[in-house]
Every structure is written in structure tokens, then in C-alpha cells.
Write a protein that binds this ligand. Structure first.
Ligand code: SF4
Length: 439
């Protein structure tokens, strides 16, 4: 006998699809089948069943082997390295719940740590731009029901957010978009031919790193102003055509990704993309949405925002919150050797940070809280496996459009395994004991 669990959130990417159906064994322990999810989303659910899953915390020995320890011992080690450090780095947070993030931030405040999330290597420039100029945005529901002009700039949802196009932005049928993709004109701006470009009406093959110029030219073209023969490798006739196409729409949405945030210009590219969106609102309705990656990276920014006023790179080492990306960002702190303990949860800097930073992590007292064996675990001194959030424990998370959604538990975690929230509570209690602070 099996049971079907419906309306489950997929905890993989920022699209947070909420229509996943999972068939589980009658005892609630085993996932049999996942439907509605894309290949990467389904794999996340099915990987929970991996027979070689590590189920107990481990400490690295001098010879590099691992020794199993209890959760209490791992919590004591974590609390000690954080309290002993002058400036511990607490990085990640993007694949865990808002509740766990809030508990972790309380620990960071007590130990004077630096809290940074994965935005620091993806949409950090977008967050800086929002500080600069604000953001005219909307929800994905509005995109589905209203958007008839959609731009994907420097992003490739066909690979990174596979169901985004069918649920919201291209093929979905909404209240005013009853003909699905026929109700919309799709524009992809990308230096390369991508799978998303292959389903678009227009592919603007921009020269690498020239985004700022092309966005600026589009602003000029909206007003039928003069342009040189080509801008960023794009003929001016094409730029005027796109500007007229956008003006003729009822609702324009610009989605943008790391092709814009991490190319030449960085946050200034987003400043001007937001300015283009504001300009478009003189002619029609327009909104802009970043394509956030990890499923709850948006939530991490939200929770940091409520607690400290800044969405990433929050330095609490002076007893109050400071924010200065470039100075207080995880990778820069590691590269400059300015942190003396490393704590990672819900992300894998070992895979994404430069070799020099990973080498520093390898040398520091360190802990990695992650359900899986990752390159970060391999260079950490303590590994704490925890239940998978959104599969083995519920919790709040934020979709890429800042809509909060409650994720639900589908199956039980392996016997005796803690959730990351429960482990962080153990660490918090131990930190409070060491610091002599009342709970
Ligand atoms: S698009 Fe993203 S959220 Fe939706 S099923 Fe795929 S990985 Fe999961």
C-alpha cells in the first residue's frame, strides 16, 4: 500500500513549484515516485533515499579519517569554535528554512560573527541595486495571468529553473493570457544560443559584457532617440523594433540572471535595468524579477533584513550590524584571511568559491551542516548531517518573487537524525551557556 502526498513544495530552485505529488510507502518512510517535478527537482526528493547517506555527525581525525560523534558533541564543538573565534564566518543559509536561519542569526549575534548567504556569489549585485534605486516588481502569478512581453536577460531557465517557463512565463495560460505562449512575445538577450533562446520569438545575441550599453540604448529607443549603427553588437533597427514591441505590450516582465549580475558593470547593470523598467511604465505596465537560484536564498535575505536591516554580508563582530559587500562578504574575508572559524549551512562554497578561499576553510576550525557529502564537507573538521528541509521537515521559505510559502514534510528522516533547526537550537543553548547569557 502507498499514500499520495499532494501540493508539496519542491525545495530545489527559486521557482518553488507548489504542485509536486509524491507517492510514499504506507509507513511514511520511503519515497516511491515523484510527479510534476522537473528532473533536478525529482532527483532532490529521490536522493533522500540514497542507501549511502551519512546519518550521524562526524569529526575529522588527524589522519583525515572520520570518527562518528553524537549531535551533542558536534553542537559543543560548533559552539566552542564559534565562541573561541574573534570573527567567525557563518555562511550559506540558502537551502534551509527561515526558522533555522533566524536561530542561526541569534547564534551569530552572540558570537560576533559575519553572516553571509549565497547571494554574495549570485544576486548580491541585484540587492545592492535595489538599495540604490528601488525595484518595480510583481509576483509570478501576475506574470502568468498578465505578462504579454517577457524578456529573459542573461539567464537560461530551460536549464536552471526548468518549470519556470511552463508554470509562469512562457507556456502557462492565465486570466488575460488564455493562449499561453501565443499570448506572449518572448525576447532572450544572451551572447550564446541557449535552449531558452530556441523557444523565444527574438534572440538578441549581445556581445559579452556589454549589457549596460544595450539597456541604455533601449531606454533611448523607447523615446525614438538617436542611436549609433550598432550597440553591443546589435543593429540599431533591431533595438528600435524591440523598444516598439515592448511599448505595444500590456504587461512587460524582465527576468534577469547571473549573466547580468556577474558581467562587467555588475550592480550598475541592474540599476539601469530597473531604470528601463521604470521608463517602460510611462508607456505600459512593467516589472522586473531576479531569477534567484537556491530555493530559499530569497528567504535568507528577508530574515536577515528583519533581524539586522541588511540582506547579506552582515558583520556583527563589533556588536552591531555593519554591511559592506566587498569588505564583509564571505569570499573576500576568506581570501584576506580575516576570519578565524568557518561555519557553513545549506550551501557548498567548496564547489563554488575560488581555490584560495577553499584552502583557507581547510585550515580553519570548521563545521559544515549538510545532509550530503560535499566538497565543503571534505575540507571541514566537523560534518553534521541533518534532515532535508522541504522533504523530511517543513518550514517557511520565499519564492524568487518574495512570496512566502510554507513547505511540508513528506517522509520521516532517518531514525535519530536531527533537523538543522534542532541542531542549531543545541548550539544556541551551548553558546548561551559559554557566554553566560540567559536563554
Ligand atoms: S523548476 Fe525548480 S522548483 Fe520547480 S520542480 Fe524544477 S527544480 Fe523544483
Amino acid at each position: 500500500m502507498t499514500q499520495l502526498v499532494t501540493d508539496i513544495i519542491c525545495p530545489f530552485c527559486g521557482t518553488l513549484c507548489d504542485d509536486i505529488e509524491v507517492e510514499v510507502s504506507d509507513d511514511g518512510k520511503k519515497i516511491i515516485k515523484v510527479t510534476n517535478a522537473c528532473a533536478i527537482g525529482a532527483e532532490k526528493f529521490l536522493h533522500a533515499q540514497s542507501p549511502d547517506r551519512i546519518v550521524r555527525p562526524r569529526m575529522k581525525q588527524e589522519d583525515g579519517s572520520w570518527k562518528e560523534v553524537t549531535y551533542d558533541e558536534a553542537a559543543k564543538y560548533t559552539a566552542k569554535i564559534l565562541c573561541d573565534a574573534k570573527k567567525p564566518l557563518m555562511y550559506g543559509w540558502s537551502s534551509t528554512s527561515c526558522e533555522a536561519q533566524a536561530t542561526g542569526h541569534m547564534i551569530a549575534e552572540l558570537v560576533g560573527g559575519v553572516v553571509d548567504n549565497t547571494a554574495t556569489v549570485c544576486h548580491g549585485p541585484s540587492l545592492i541595486a535595489v538599495h540604490d534605486v528601488g525595484i518595480p516588481s510583481c509576483t509570478l502569478g501576475e506574470v502568468k495571468n498578465r505578462a504579454d512581453r517577457v524578456i529573459f536577460w542573461g539567464c537560461n531557465p530551460a536549464h536552471a529553473h526548468p518549470r519556470h517557463m511552463s508554470r509562469y512565463s512562457i507556456f502557462s495560460r492565465g486570466y488575460f493570457t488564455t493562449k499561453g505562449s501565443k499570448s506572449r512575445k518572448i525576447i532572450v538577450v544572451d551572447p550564446r544560443p541557449t535552449d531558452t533562446a530556441s523557444v523565444a520569438d527574438y534572440h538578441i545575441q549581445i556581445q559579452q559584457g556589454r549589457d549596460y550599453e544595450l539597456i541604455d540604448a533601449l531606454r533611448v529607443a523607447l523615446q525614438e532617440g538617436p542611436l549609433p549603427e550598432t550597440v553591443a553588437g546589435v543593429p540599431k533597427e533591431k533595438i528600435y523594433d524591440i523598444a516598439r514591441l515592448l511599448k505595444s505590450g500590456r504587461f512587460v516582465t524582465i527576468f534577469f540572471g547571473m549573466g547580468v549580475t556577474h558581467s562587467l558593470g555588475k550592480n550598475h547593470n541592474i540599476d539601469i535595468a530597473i531604470a528601463l523598467t521604470s521608463d517602460l511604465n510611462k508607456y505600459t505596465k512593467a516589472a522586473i524579477i531576479p531569477m534567484r537560484g537556491h530555493y530559499n536564498v530569497t528567504g535568507s535575505g528577508q530574515v536577515l533584513g528583519w533581524q539586522f536591516g541588511f540582506p547579506f554580508c552582515v558583520d556583527l563582530s563589533r556588536g552591531f550590524a555593519r554591511y559592506n559587500p566587498g569588505e564583509s562578504s564571505a569570499n573576500d574575508l576568506l581570501m584576506r584571511g580575516e576570519v578565524d572559524a568557518n561555519f557553513v549551512i545549506g550551501s557548498d562554497p567548496g564547489s563554488h568559491f575560488p581555490f584560495k578561499s577553499v584552502k583557507v576553510i581547510n585550515e580553519l576550525p570548521s563545521v559544515c551542516i549538510d545532509p550530503h557529502m560535499t566538497p565543503t564537507v571534505a575540507v571541514s573538521k566537523c560534518h553534521v548531517p541533518v534532515a532535508l528541509v522541504g522533504i523530511e521537515v517543513g518550514g517557511s521559505c520565499y519564492r524568487m518573487d518574495n512570496v512566502p510559502i510554507e513547505s511540508r514534510k513528506v517522509v520521516d528522516p532517518p531514525a535519530g537524525m536531527l533537523t538543522d533547526g534542532e541542531f542549531l537550537e543545541l548550539v544556541l543553548t551551548e553558546v548561551q551557556r559559554i557566554k553566560g547569557v540567559a536563554a
